[in-house]
Write a protein that binds this ligand. Sequence first.
Ligand SMILES: NC(=O)c1ccc[n+]([C@@H]2O[C@H](COP(=O)([O-])OP(=O)(O)OC[C@H]3O[C@@H](n4cnc5c(N)ncnc54)[C@H](OP(=O)(O)O)[C@@H]3O)[C@@H](O)[C@H]2O)c1
Length: 247
Amino acid sequence: MSGGQAVVIGGTKGLGREIAGRFLARGQKVTLVSRSRPNHLVDGTQPVHVAADLESLTDARDIVSEVVEANGPVQYLIFSQRYRGGGDPWAGELQVGLNATRLLVEAFTNRFISEGDRAIGIVSSVYADFVGGSQPVGYHLVKAGLNQLARYYAWELGRQGIRVNAVMPLSYVKNESRPFYAAQTELTDLYKRFVPLGRMGDSVDAANLLDFLCSEKAGFINGQCIFVDGGVSVVWQEEVAKSLTGL
Ligand SMILES: NC(=O)c1ccc[n+]([C@@H]2O[C@H](COP(=O)([O-])OP(=O)(O)OC[C@H]3O[C@@H](n4cnc5c(N)ncnc54)[C@H](OP(=O)(O)O)[C@@H]3O)[C@@H](O)[C@H]2O)c1
C-alpha cells in the first residue's frame, strides 16, 4: 500500500500488539514505541522498535526523529500505552497516559505524509465515562482527558486532513491474559449474563475498530469516542441488578 508508516505507542503488548499486526498485514511499515524491546523482533525487518520511557518524557522531539528516521513519514499513529510502573499511580497515569500523548501528538504533527488518508487513534476506556473500583482515580481522569484531547485535536489537526478518534473498550481478553480468563469460568459466565452480546470483549474487537478508523473507509469520521463494550453502556444498572439477582 502507498502512504507512510504506522506508529503504535505501546505496540509491544496487548491491544497495541494486536493493532500493530493489522498494519503489518496490510504491508505497512510499523514502528513500536515502548520501554523494552521484545525478543522476537529481528534487526533490519519490520516492525521496528524504538525504546522510550514515557514516564520521564518532557520533550518528544528526539523520539519522533528516531521513529521517522527509521521508517519514514507517518500515516497512522496509535496510542495504546498505559502506566505499568510501581510508583504513585496518580502521577504515573497522568504522565504516561495524558502528558506523553499530548507531547507525542504535537511532535508528530508535522511528520505526517502530506496527502491521502491520515489518522490518530487513541485507546481510551469505558472509564472515561463511567466509574468503578477496578481502576484508580488517575486512570479515570486520564481516559476522560484523552476523549477530550481526541475531540480537540480532531478540530485542530482536522484542518490538515488528520482525523483523530478514540476507542472506549470494556475489559477485554488479550493474548497475555487468555490463560487467566480461560480458568476463571465464574467470571466469564458473569460477563455472559450482563453483556447484551453475551460474552467478554477481546482485544481483537477494539483492534477491529482501530483498523477501520485508520483506513479510507473512515475518511469522514473525526472527533468520535466510540464504545467497544458489547452494548453494556446502554443498559440501565437497575436492569442489570434485577437480571443478576433473578428478580
Ligand atoms: N486491558 C484491558 O482490559 C483494557 C480495557 C480498556 C482499555 N484498555 C486500554 O487499552 C490500552 C492497552 O492496554 P493493554 O492492557 O492491551 O496493554 P498492556 O499490556 O498494558 O501494554 C501496555 C503497552 O504500553 C507500554 N508501556 C507501558 N509503560 C510504558 C512507559 N512508561 N513508556 C513507554 N511505554 C510503556 C508497554 O510496553 P513496555 O512494558 O515495554 O514499556 C506495552 O507495550 C491501554 O491504554 C489501556 O488503558 C485496556
